[in-house]
Ligand binder design. Structure first.
Ligand code: NAD
Length: 335
């Protein structure tokens, strides 16, 4: 039996996570959920925003499923999510982007994967004012950080039977930092002769993704470009409601929707559970439970294509829990 840490999170997080746990349970897998607190919900109970027990639970179980957290305003925490990623050295941000029939989007058949470095670059948070009228931020790129993220992208491509990895950079301008990233990418690519490798400058990459997204497969890039390019890709397939993500390190992984806590809908059983359910699909694949993952994804795709049992943002009138019920029915588990 596998024990998984579950952080329901804030706002609409608890209802999205509840729906997702029911869908995962319907696969029949032997999983035990270990509930943990974080965010405003933890704070309101008199706990820290990121309690030590929550970190220990993830360290112990190595896998966590997480709802969105509301970022507290006016406290020392820049972001609890960033703190979690740092504490557990979750250096990969993996964002697959796929079209599901029935979701309004610009293109059919998009199937892209963004592998974003999650710990370095301008997100190292080293910035300061220089006098009153200038500010400086330091961009950190290391050989170790670049090597492990590019290697992850190639290993992922191999495991998922994908054909090509594109390294995204701006080494023509940032010859030192992005130059190091690109050189490491070229060196790592030599070791994966079975996977095609190519390079794109980030501005050209964005243009190409908007005009010819079908030319691309797995893309790997430093933190800031990854942040922007992955949202661009989410926009290609219908937005945040259907965008899952994984934060992966050597010793732990956290799976969560890309979207936030949508606090204005909290408690209304209204928002779309797709991104959270697809995050659980990523989690099951990571656990080598490919059959269970495929079963959920297939049922979810059918429900979305049917357009009837889906939430308001997908053009239907179903609640969060009704959409989960429909997915469970499609999986062959009548309610
Ligand atoms: P948001 O993603 O919560 O909402 C943006 C828009 O998308 C809203 O109109 C919302 O109603 C809609 N939306 C979001 N999820 C949806 C879903 N599942 N189904 C249907 N519609 C959905 O972004 P925000 O309003 O900028 O942020 C709210 C809070 O969430 C903030 O405190 C922010 O810091 C936090 N946040 C957390 C995470 C995370 O924990 N990973 C990520 C982003 C934002």
């Amino acid at each position: 039996m596998q024990t998984i840490t579950v952080i329901p999170g804030d706002g609409t997080g608890p209802e999205l996570i509840a729906a997702t746990l029911r869908v995962v349970e319907a696969t029949g897998l032997d999983i035990k959920w270990e509930m943990a607190e974080a965010g405003m919900t933890a704070h309101e109970k008199g706990l820290d925003y990121l309690p030590d027990e929550t970190l220990s639970s993830i360290r112990r179980n190595k896998i966590a499923l997480k709802g969105p957290l509301t970022t507290p305003i006016g406290t020392g925490f820049r972001s609890i999510n960033v703190a979690l990623r740092k504490a557990l050295d979750l250096y990969v941000n993996l964002r697959p982007v796929k079209t599901y029939k029935g979701v309004l989007s610009r293109y059919d058949d998009i199937d892209l994967v963004v592998v974003r470095e999650n710990t370095e670059d301008l997100y190292a948070g080293i910035e300061h004012m220089v006098g009153e009228d200038a500010a400086e931020s330091i961009k950190i790129i290391t050989r170790k950080g670049s090597d492990r993220i590019v290697r992850f992208a190639f290993d992922y491509a191999r495991k998922e039977k994908r054909k090509k990895v594109t390294a995204v950079h701006k080494a023509n301008i940032m010859k030192c930092t992005d130059g190091l990233f690109l050189n490491v990418a070229r060196q790592v690519a030599e070791e994966y002769q079975d996977i095609e490798f190519e390079e794109r400058i980030v501005d050209n990459m964005c243009m190409q993704l908007v005009s010819k997204p079908h030319l691309y497969d797995v893309m790997v890039m430093p933190n800031l470009y990854g942040d922007i390019v992955s949202d661009l890709c989410a926009g290609l397939v219908g937005g945040l409601g259907v965008a899952p993500s994984a934060n992966i390190g050597a010793d732990a992984a956290i799976f969560e929707p890309v979207h936030g806590s949508a606090p204005k809908y909290a408690g209304q059983n209204k928002v779309n559970p797709t991104a959270t359910i697809l995050s659980a699909v990523l989690m099951l694949k990571y656990m080598d439970q490919g059959d269970a993952a495929a079963k959920i994804e297939g049922a979810l795709a059918e429900v979305i294509a049917g357009k009837k049992d889906v939430t308001y943002d997908l053009g239907g009138g179903a609640t969060t829990s009704q959409m989960a019920d429909a997915i469970i029915r499609k999986m062959g588990h009548p309610q």
